[in-house]
Design a protein around this ligand. Structure first.
Ligand code: ATP
Ligand code: MG
Length: 655
């Protein structure tokens, strides 16, 4: 069993693990603390995370980023068509009503849904955590933007299932950050007089603001606001356009018509952007951007800020909105904490500060890792493995959810809908709805105001059907109660349907020392059978995806292991050949040496032949074993002699 928290980012993700001594952010296979959110398909295998990053330019048509932005969306969503397409070079397609990609994988055209891609990516993060912890990983907490709707959250839950992960909680990013801020504080005030902290997170693709009240042992999110179209990628996009215009006249090249050149320029722009966070001016140098043209330019901070002015302008509104919704005045806000890569940009900070009327801004948290740490704490709190200080968290519902039904013929005045969980409702939360019915009935849950939702996301949330309504003895309508819940993940569920029956029970009681009979009313709940559905994948499709993922994962592993064994064979050949003339020279007979030499030569010739270049794992293993049969007696002889002389010299020292 393990405790793992993941901050699933647009650009990259961070993984935290809980151990006895605390929470650590772990490194991946190339020792980076952040793993690129990319999946790449190739002629022989898939590459995910770091290995996909190295293929981003050369295999741009089959390498997919912005996974977090695609999941839960439909192909026709204008936000996919007009926004995401700007940042992707892969062929987006419709896949069973959701957005998918068509890629060339193992020499074939294949379609994968965004949910499958995220499943593959989460599988990679699982493997990284498993390698660090040296155990299987199942329980996990994953961050989501607070603006994610039911369908996006459910798609992510599906993706986690595809990767065989058990999500204990989907946690809003800023709530995870708030948890990592609060859980380590020992001086939090009493509940009547909480400390108010505003967290502002601007990452690669979106901005979140959360006003949070902290007191001893608890945090309450008071208000949240978002701008899902402000982030580092928007800044990069503006810079790429700026320099590509400049290069049209300067070098007579059209960078944007060439995806590889665009990638090279984007990498250069990312550097310019970061250098400008600490310097007044930055050089841009892109070697062989196209046809051996080395492109170069410069940008100063003023020019930069002018270019990104339209982005900067969108920063104040969500901050003001969140403060207004919280009902707090600026004076009542104790601390403003910044997180996310883009809050390192001075102009961004300046805008944030202006929105807070000049308040001091703090960066006491690790800007890049606070969300992953918080997610890991949240996982530890929900897991039985560790005893964590109890910290209660109340989150908020970002969009109003209503339930609709058909009007009863018996009741022409009946309403046909009700906002069950208004925007700002506490999460998690349970509500009981009351209906007067004679026959089976349906309910449908959906978002009340589609204009608030991101893009043209499907506002439908769930459908509920109550069957077999028990009739009343009087022939009146039956009072049916329906329990619905916004759960820890922030998704809606229908939990129970029941009727309440009043039973009169005879009980005896003592009055003046005498037993007297007394009637007592007892309310008993009787379940009403019901079914309900949501946007999550059908279990048969989910199972199919899970199997496909397991097969692709096994195939990737085989390719990796094969390459590993091939390298081991190659290394043995070179290593042994060197040692035969050097370290092992005194321990080998001429005949023996000649025989091994020949075998090494033969193996080398084979390795570089067409057959040896692309063989199977078992053949590489067998070849290496065959060489070892000849080589091991020599290396053993050497080792034994060495050991003997080491013991002798130790003995001499002790005498
Ligand atoms: P999101 O939260 O939007 O899903 P993310 O969590 O992957 O995305 P972060 O890691 O918070 O994003 O931020 C990454 C962005 O911050 C990138 O665009 C990166 O270029 C930018 N960034 C990082 N450091 C700096 C810096 N010093 N100056 C300017 N920008 C920076
Ligand atoms: Mg982030």
């Amino acid at each position: 069993m393990s405790v793992v928290g993941v901050d699933f980012g647009t650009l990259h993700s961070k993984i935290g693990v809980a151990r006895k001594r605390g929470v650590d952010i772990i490194v991946n296979e190339v020792s980076n603390r952040a793993t690129p959110s990319l999946v790449s398909f190739g002629p022989k295998q898939r590459s995910i995370g770091e290995s996909a990053k190295t293929l981003e330019t050369s295999n741009f048509r089959n390498t997919i980023g912005a996974l977090k932005r695609l999941i839960g969306r439909s192909f026709n969503d204008p936000e996919v068509q007009e926004v995401e397409k700007k940042f992707l070079h892969v062929n987006l397609v419709d896949a069973n009503g959701t957005v998918g990609v068509q890629v060339n994988y193992l020499g074939e055209q294949r379609v994968f849904t965004a949910t499958q891609l995220v499943g593959a990516y989460l599988g990679k993060l699982r493997d990284i955590a498993a390698a660090e912890l040296r155990t299987g990983v199942s329980d996990i907490v994953i961050t989501v933007p607070g603006w994610f709707t039911d369908i996006q959250r459910r798609a992510l839950l599906d993706a986690a299932q595809i990767a065989n992960l058990n999500v204990l909680r989907l946690i809003n990013e800023t709530t995870a950050v708030a948890l990592s801020w609060g859980i380590t504080k020992s001086d939090l005030p009493e509940a009547e007089n909480p400390r108010h902290v505003v967290f502002v997170d601007i990452g690669h693709s979106s901005m979140s603001v959360a006003v949070v009240a902290f007191s001893k042992g608890q945090l309450n999110v008071k208000a949240t606001a978002f701008e899902s179209r402000v982030g580092g990628r928007d800044i990069d996009y503006v810079l790429v356009r700026h320099f590509s215009e400049e290069f049209k006249t300067k070098y007579k090249i059209d960078v944007l018509s060439n995806p590889k050149a665009t990638f090279r320029l984007a990498a250069g722009c990312d550097r310019v952007k970061k250098v400008l966070s600490a310097n007044a001016e930055a050089p841009l140098n892109v070697e062989s951007i196209v046809n051996d043209v080395d492109a170069s330019s410069r940008l100063n901070r003023e020019e930069f800020e002018e270019l990104i002015a339209p982005i900067l302008e969108r920063i104040e509104a969500p901050i003001k909105q969140a403060i207004a919704d919280s009902g707090l005045t600026l004076e009542q806000i104790d601390v403003v904490e910044l997180i996310g890569g883009c809050t390192r940009i001075p102009a961004v900070r300046h805008r944030i500060q202006t929105a807070f009327g000049g308040k001091n801004l703090f960066t006491t948290l690790n800007q890049d890792e606070a969300a992953a740490r918080g997610a890991t704490f949240a996982c530890a709190m929900l897991s039985p493995i560790f005893r964590v200080r109890d910290f209660s968290m109340h989150d908020l519902n970002p969009y109003s959810v209503k339930v609709q039904w058909e009007r009863q013929p018996e009741d022409p005045d009946e309403d046909t809908e009700l906002v069950v969980f208004p925007k700002g409702n506490i999460v998690p939360s349970t509500k009981v709805l009351t209906f007067y019915r004679k026959a089976a009935f349906d309910l449908e849950a959906r978002y009340a105001d589609t204009s608030e939702l991101p893009g043209a996301i499907n506002p439908w949330v769930a459908k509920f059907t109550a069957k077999d309504i028990p009739s009343t003895s009087s022939g009146d309508l039956t009072v049916v109660k329906v329990k619905t819940r916004l759960n820890l993940h922030g998704v809606l569920s229908f939990e129970q349907a029941y009727v309440e029956e009043v039973e009169e029970r005879e009980e005896s009681m003592q009055v003046d020392g005498e037993e007297q009979p007394k009637k007592k009313k007892v309310i008993k709940k009787k379940d009403v059978p019901f079914v309900w559905s949501n946007t999550q994948l059908d279990s048969s499709i989910l199972e199919k995806y899970r199997q496909q993922e397991a097969e692709m994962h096994a195939a990737d592993k085989l390719v990796f292991d094969t390459e590993d064994r091939k390298n081991a064979l190659e290394e043995y050949i070179y290593d042994m050949r060197n040692k035969l003339d050097d370290r092992y020279a005194h321990y080998v007979q001429p005949q023996e040496k000649e025989k091994l030499r020949q075998a090494l030569q033969e193996a080398e010739d084979w390795l570089y032949s067409e057959e040896g270049e692309d063989s199977t794992k078992s053949v590489y293993v067998a070849r290496l074993d065959a060489l070892r049969v000849l080589g091991d007696p020599i290396s053993n002889r050497y080792r034994e002699t060495e050991e003997r002389s080491r013991v002798i010299s130790q003995l001499r020292e002790t005498i």
